[in-house]
Design a protein around this ligand. Sequence first.
Ligand SMILES: [Zn+2]
Length: 116
Amino acid sequence: MHEEAGLSYQRCRWCGTASFRRLLCPVCASSDLQVEHSAGLGVVVRSGVVHRYTDAARNESLVRLPEGFAFRCRVVGAAPHQVTVGAQVRPVPGEDPDTGEVVFELCEPPRRDDWY
Ligand SMILES: [Zn+2]
């Protein structure tokens, strides 16, 4: 199951709002959510680096999906500071199923020479 491409998300049966990993609709607070499947191609709308000057630096981005929801996740496929706003990303299948962390990778990674 973890190899399946894309993401599951919820859509409110009452107002149609799409959300991700919520128990209640963020707009009308309904719990009547139906699970839908997203192709998972997203766009980075905010990008930051956590622990910027340590070896453990990692990217933390806000990614928006065309279905209308956005969430925080980690973007890989480049050095953390090279994840730029507007970049297209796709989910990495099977990443850390225990924590359920969502990890995306850049659709078009920068040239490796430029990483550092
Ligand atoms: Zn709703």
